[in-house]
Design a protein around this ligand. Structure first.
Ligand code: CP
Length: 318
């Protein structure tokens, strides 16, 4: 595997989930595979889970890991070609990326959508420069429009907890005070569309996602109706994708918050969220603290999803 940005990069998803389950049984089974190999984890944005789970996954495989926080201690990077660099940016990304590639074998990149230019975000301008210029296998650790490590961990979690062959999975928009990227819902939709589940998306009008990710998924604007009979409720906020309101907060309607009444409409569903989550905006205290909340095992599976990806990238090196 040379790049990891979407479900298709994993090939057969059932095989990938089975590989994850095998790793989960013994996460040190391949502890020599990464000997003398280094993962460089580059963060343009903050992280708790991705940072820790990626380092842990690398350690389980015997790899070294280096974390670079671009905004804390590195030179400020210029990303546009042709710019006269007489401002505060000291280094160009076109030198920085190949230099980073000199010190490692695999690179992970976290680089959120900027919401300044939709085309720049939706062409994955930063991530694709790493893919093009680093000379190394590159995986997204949540880039502008995708978060495939999260979505793979979500799928592993659903496969672990499901009690029906084909569960109903509802991804619901929920309110948030700030504009959040579409990366998590985009990748969740990408993975659910490839998985053996009944997938429904519910959101207010105006919050339609990019159809390259939602594809044929059922969209239901009535949240109560969408939640009926759900086996898994996946809550997430995202800012609009639509051109005229791209990346803006146009709705903070708290009637969309997932609370006990909403969960009572489901078939005793499990509650999921990628975290971090704002309580009593996205989800009520009662729901996230309930026995049906699986947000912690979901986060724990981030180590496993990353380990599958790193293992496959290491295998492609040899
Ligand atoms: N879910 C997730 O990616 O968490 P972090 O932003 O803390 O890495």
């Amino acid at each position: 595997m040379r790049t990891y940005t979407c479900a298709k990069d994993l090939g057969d998803l059932k095989a990938a989930v089975n590989e994850a389950f095998e790793i989960k049984k013994n996460r040190f089974a391949h502890k020599t595979l990464g000997e003398n190999k280094t993962a460089l984890l580059v963060f343009f944005n903050s992280s708790l889970r991705t940072r820790l789970s990626s380092q842990k996954a690398a350690m389980n495989l015997g790899m070294n890991s280096i974390v670079l926080d671009i905004n804390h201690g590195a030179w400020k990077l210029e990303t546009e070609r042709g710019v006269v660099m007489d401002g505060d940016k000291t280094e160009h990304i076109l030198e920085a990326i190949p230099v980073m590639g000199c010190y490692c074998d695999i690179i992970g990149v976290r680089s959120f959508a900027q919401f300044e230019n939709k085309e720049d975000d939706y062409t994955e301008k930063i991530l694709n420069q790493f893919i093009k210029y680093s000379g190394r296998p590159v995986f997204s650790m949540e880039s502008a429009i995708v978060h495939p490590l999260q979505a793979f961990a979500d799928l592993i979690t659903i496969e672990e907890y499901k009690t029906k062959a084909r569960p109903k999975v509802v991804m619901t928009w929920a309110p948030h005070p700030k504009a959040l990227p579409q990366a998590v819902p985009n990748s969740f939709a990408d993975f659910m569309n490839e998985a053996d589940v009944e997938f429904v998306i519910t959101h207010p009008e105006g919050y339609e996602l990019d159809t390259q990710f939602t594809r044929g998924a059922k969209i239901e604007h009535n949240q109560d109706k969408a939640l009926e009979g759900a086996d898994f409720v996946y809550a997430k906020n995202w800012a609009p994708f639509r051109d005229d309101i791209y990346g803006r907060v146009v709705n903070t309607d708290r009637s969309w918050t997932v609370d006990s009444r909403k969960m009572s409409l489901t078939d005793n569903a499990y509650f999921m969220h990628c975290l971090p989550v704002r309580r009593n905006m996205i989800v009520s205290d009662e729901v996230i603290e309930s026995e049906r909340s699986i947000v912690i095992p979901e986060a724990a599976n981030r180590e496993i999803s990353c380990q599958v990806v790193l293992k496959r990238m290491l295998e492609s090196l040899s």
